[in-house]
Design a binder for this molecule. Sequence first.
Ligand SMILES: Cc1cc2nc3c(=O)[nH]c(=O)nc-3n(C[C@H](O)[C@H](O)[C@H](O)COP(=O)(O)OP(=O)(O)OC[C@H]3O[C@@H](n4cnc5c(N)ncnc54)[C@H](O)[C@@H]3O)c2cc1C
Ligand SMILES: NC(=O)c1ccc[n+]([C@@H]2O[C@H](COP(=O)([O-])OP(=O)(O)OC[C@H]3O[C@@H](n4cnc5c(N)ncnc54)[C@H](O)[C@@H]3O)[C@@H](O)[C@H]2O)c1
Ligand code: SF4
Ligand code: FES
Length: 808
Amino acid sequence: MAKRKLVLVGNGMAGVNCIEHILKLSPESFDITIFGAEPYPNYNRIQLSYVLQGNSGIKDIILNDWDWYEKNHIKLHAGHKVTRIDTKNKCVYTDTGLTEYYDDLILATGSNPFMLPLPGADLEGVMAYRDIKDCETMIEASKKYKKAAVIGGGLLGLEAARGLLNLGMQVDVVHIFPNLMERQLDPIAGQLLQRELEKQGMNFLLEKQTEAILGRKRVKGLKFKDGSKIEADLVVMAVGIRPNVALAKESKIKINRGIVVNDYLETNIPNVYAVGECAEHRGIVYGLVAPLYEQGAVLAKRICGVKTEPYQGSVVSTKLKVSGVDVFSAGEFMDQPDTVALRYQDDFNGIYKKVLLRNNKVVGAVLFGDTSDGARLFQMIRAGADVSEVKEMFAGAQGNQSQPAVASVADLSDDELICGCNGVTKGTIVKAIQEQGLETVEQVKGCTGASRSCGGCKPLVESILQYTLGDQFQAVEKEPICSCTTLSRDEVVEEIRSKHLTTVKEVMHVLDWSNKEGCSKCRPALNYYLGMIWPEEHQDERDSRFVNERLHANIQNDGTYSVVPRIYGGVTSPEQLRRIADVAEKYHARMVKITGGQRIDLLGIKKEDLPKVWAELEMPSGYAYGKALRTVKTCVGADFCRFGTQNSIQMGIDMEKRFERLWTPHKVKMAVSACPRNCAESGIKDVGVVGVDGGWEIYVGGNGGVQLRAAELLVKVKTPEEVLEWSAAFLQYYRESAKYLERTSHWVERVGLKKIKEVLSDPETRKSLIERLDQALAVTKDPWKEAIKDQQLRSLFEKVNIPNTIGN
Ligand SMILES: Cc1cc2nc3c(=O)[nH]c(=O)nc-3n(C[C@H](O)[C@H](O)[C@H](O)COP(=O)(O)OP(=O)(O)OC[C@H]3O[C@@H](n4cnc5c(N)ncnc54)[C@H](O)[C@@H]3O)c2cc1C
Ligand SMILES: NC(=O)c1ccc[n+]([C@@H]2O[C@H](COP(=O)([O-])OP(=O)(O)OC[C@H]3O[C@@H](n4cnc5c(N)ncnc54)[C@H](O)[C@@H]3O)[C@@H](O)[C@H]2O)c1
Ligand code: SF4
Ligand code: FES
């Protein structure tokens, strides 16, 4: 039978989730084409908040990568916006000139952020928060500007504000009502939330109505109706969303607030359906994924001709994704004349719980400070549970505050919902663990979908694992290194050692990789682990490296490269500067820039000129492109500065010469300051050394990037030799135990400084770590010199265009 042509407009969470259901129900029935206005594969919009808060990268939030579309024979047009639907001839047209015919058409165009139509709303620096681009704009802005204002104290506004704080900005949240999140919380919970967020550094301007956005070209501030003003050089509007109905409206599909659908998600036009935030069902438009996924499941069955219950609307629950704040709200939350409330408040521990009842049935709940009963209460609301069950729960809350999570999981019945977003019950998870031998949250996620969206149910899923597996449960999350394997970093490293695997291909073959070619996540990681474990034996695998490491230079947005030679300790000479100037002129560097790491960057060099530039510079590679030691920044120190207690310059040069060319799990930056005034910024480096009277202090795990982290004191030593010894041991311990792409800041937090100190305090351990570090160093060669000498390598730059299979 000929396949039906199915077209999806909107490559977002709701539409693609529906396609996933269709693929499961009827994999061979459809030729599927997806149009997405954004130039990415399907990603988890919810987790943009984690990206902004610095806990994830864009790569981590991709739900279905490009391979997924290919594997499922789906034609994806990412970056193409559908502008017209001809419902008579059943075809869609895009802004890029594409035309596609359909038998069935799903509209999943989502929402647009609402922008207040204020004077100045079009100024530079005024933005919404909805997609990857917005996230990147905020991250970029935070590098230049310091004062942000977020308009809207709802879920989105508060998550944006937390992200901007993490990015180092001062944040004012402007809210129109006296209480935050008034659409989800009662005044008591709203005030508790405000107090907690103030402690985290947010500033609130409540009951403020913005009258104008000030500034000429770029925003400078906000003016309010009461005449007051604030300064701001970034303004994020988070005042709600509007269903994206433009396309449907233009195509004469019935709309109201959203695209009007019936209980089977059908619009008024045959074979045209709508799902997600763009759809209006029984007068309601939803703005959370759980109901959208419920809609998608019904629609998938309808399209596949499988019998289904009608979609009858959803009860929703929300959780704020701000670390350190536990807030939960579901169903009704404001007292009404016909409701009674059960309340529990513990000001000492900052806990507030309210459950609303109507006719003795649970109709809503608000939790603050302890949300562990959230899943259970949500289930009770959906089931219209009786008051007696809640009374039991409250008795528990008063009697035993710290009931362990595993015990409370044991009390849950099998049909209780654990993952609200994806509709996964405890019974489904337990069954999957038992029948499929699952051991980790990642595996449960892969099998059942639980924790795949907002991630809020992760702790509960972990408790169910613990409860189901008993003694077999490993508390430490076993996170596979990528989706090609179920093995974690530690297991892969152990297998490489015990089975003596020496090449990336061999690892993938012996350890039964599901994708025989590996992926952009595992190949560079395996190449690093192999080099770390077998420094002498392993042949570096260029094809497994990120493009910048393959070419020993950073590719720029115009396709040219930047060249940063090593300048030990930031100290150069007139002769070196002359050479750099000559090379810059001869090879037409578009810019010569002093970097933050005290070196000189030649920007805009053509790829084919790279080997000539390196040869004429006669300086070693600065590894500015590599997961390796970057710079050792120094202050002028005791030789020149009246505060200096030590020779920081010499110390920095010695460290840079000692550790240059060493591959590490992620980039490593160091600094040496000659006194605690810290002019070289030793407090935010991976290894920061500070001269003090009678010696040196060594700080580790600092980071001055997206997620600021102050370095912590590892040890105080007396001599420069000891500085080198401890830094070397620390570096090798990091090399051997960190995950690939884990900065020291994350590694120190994960492993714990206490443990690192314990390991390194043993002189024998330090000695053996340093021996292994020296073995690794002994085989390193300057890559620029290699490329100059080796004709084959040189031809890589001159003739062949290296395919960019692994991005940076
Ligand atoms: C920062 C943030 C945090 C959030 N946190 C949570 C949370 O914790 N929990 C929760 O439940 N929800 C959360 N949400 C809401 C949730 O992300 C949305 O409900 C969900 O993504 C909506 O899915 P959708 O597919 O309907 O729309 P979208 O995800 O908006 O997808 C629609 C897609 O269609 C594309 N499109 C639109 N028109 C066209 C066209 N004409 N042609 C081609 N493509 C088109 C759009 O570019 C977009 O990519 C959050 C939202 C944001 C922004
Ligand atoms: N954790 C989560 O579940 C989560 C997180 C982020 C976003 N989201 C979803 O994304 C969507 C957008 O979120 P949102 O917070 O923008 O929408 P929202 O409608 O939930 O909240 C908007 C807030 O802005 C306030 N507001 C409106 N006009 C204002 C004005 N002129 N000045 C100051 N404040 C004003 C409102 O009182 C309201 O509290 C929603 O559907 C939301 O559910 C959910
Ligand atoms: S860190 Fe101390 S010694 Fe070094 S330049 Fe600054 S003030 Fe002088
Ligand atoms: S509750 Fe959101 S992913 Fe499970």
